[in-house]
Design a protein around this ligand. Structure first.
Ligand code: ATP
Length: 370
């Protein structure tokens, strides 16, 4: 295995569309790095540039300390996994797995030994004689992964390898992938638009938007300390609530207005991170998980009154959509706690805000201020 370094990589397609605009990142030996971002962000193009399937307009790609930018895909010694369609339908599972080894002119005995090891790990030993159309989606995916694993590749590149599977199988494959990555000590660059996949499987996430990197961080850091409004709203389910921030000053004290509440914030709050200027153009961010429902008659300075707009149960969690001055704010709570509150549309409800969990963004630049 090897490390991967990408330096200022760029790609402009014919017609002038800049799909990748100066991406730099490192994947350490044996690290799993995820490229996460919305559709069209440039994730697949970045992966294809690393694989050598697209020619870079600018930038450099280093694998194991060697500059491979001008190398052919084969010379780069990478293994790529797409979705199930990459299996050869007319070949048995065994022959699908053997294919990359035969290309490399590996001896037959060696091929059998290699495949036996990988098949055991992936628990596909009993499927080796079958054709791809005799496999379930999950089995097919394991074979596709197996085909990448049999070749001692320097780096694994995966492009949404499990996105077409059903939810239950995806959940199992997430765990399986993580185990395989550890077992095979694989260096992995993995493209996904699914934050759950990235949050649960990645060592680090590279968040991409419009061909540029928004943030590189460990999953929990990305959730706790998003550096931009985009990162804050892309990661987290349900998404962060965002509203215009109204900051006022009276007698040297500052407060933030949310609906009917004036939430007093102290000097530290105003100075934490970038100094906040009253009257500045800011956006306020509140995570649904960090809003606490309370009865509307609660006397609390951080209590915001609203009315029930909709209520949705998601397994053990309940999401209340609460209308506050014409805007819907989502608050998430547990099934038990939700029982105490009305669900009828239009019923009065309230929530409390903890000033420590208020995010603030510069409305012009989109950067996180605090
Ligand atoms: P998705 O999650 O939908 O796969 P992505 O982040 O992987 O999205 P890319 O496939 O990298 O996005 O595409 C980035 C942008 O480049 C898109 O707007 C796409 O339309 C454009 N693009 C991709 N390939 C080409 C091409 N060969 N010619 C022109 N434009 C292209």
């Amino acid at each position: 295995m090897a490390d991967l370094q990408i330096d200022n990589l760029a790609k402009t397609f014919k017609g002038g569309f800049e799909a990748v605009r100066g991406i730099s990142l490192d994947v350490a030996d044996r690290e799993a790095v995820f490229l996460l971002g919305p559709s069209g962000a440039g994730k697949t193009t970045t992966l294809r540039l690393v694989a050598g399937l697209e020619e870079a307009g600018a930038g450099r790609i280093m694998i194991g300390g060697r500059d491979v930018t001008q190398w052919t895909p084969r010379e780069r010694n990478l293994a790529m996994v797409y979705d199930k369609h990459s299996l050869f339908p007319h070949l048995s599972v065994f022959e699908n797995l053997a294919y990359p080894l035969r290309i490399r002119k590996m001896a037959e005995a060696e091929i059998r030994r290699h495949i036996a090891g990988v098949a055991e790990t992936l628990q596909i030993e009993k499927l080796l004689e079958r054709r791809p159309n005799q496999l379930s989606g999950g089995q097919m995916q394991r074979v596709a992964i197996g085909r990448a694993l049999v070749r001692d590749a320097d780096v694994f590149l995966l492009d949404e390898p499990i996105s077409h599977l059903d939810a239950k199988l995806r959940a199992r494959m997430r765990v399986e992938f993580k185990r395989l990555q550890r077992e095979f000590k694989a260096t992995m660059l993995y493209v996904s638009h699914d934050q759950l996949e990235a949050m649960t499987m990645a060592d680090r996430i590279v968040l991409i938007n419009k061909g540029r990197i928004e943030q590189i961080a460990a999953p929990q850091d990305l959730f706790d300390r998003p550096e931009t409004l985009f990162a804050a709203t892309f990661v987290g389910e349900p998404p962060m609530n965002v509203m215009k921030a109204v900051i006022s000053e009276a007698n040297g004290c500052h407060s933030l207005r949310v609906g009917d509440a004036y939430i007093e914030v102290d000097h530290d709050w105003m100075q934490d991170g970038e100094a906040v200027k009253p009257g500045g153009n800011y956006l306020l961010g509140l995570r649904p998980q960090q809003l606490h429902l309370c009865p509307p008659d609660t006397a609390h300075p951080c209590r915001v009154q609203g009315t029930v707009f909709a209520v949705e149960t998601l397994g053990s969690r309940v999401v209340f959509d609460i209308e506050v001055e014409g805007q819907v704010i989502r608050a998430m709570t547990t099934l038990d706690a939700a029982l105490k509150y009305p669900r009828a549309i239009g019923a009065a409800i309230a929530f409390r805000i903890d000033p420590d969990f208020i995010y603030l963004f510069d409305a012009d630049s989109g950067r996180t201020v605090r």
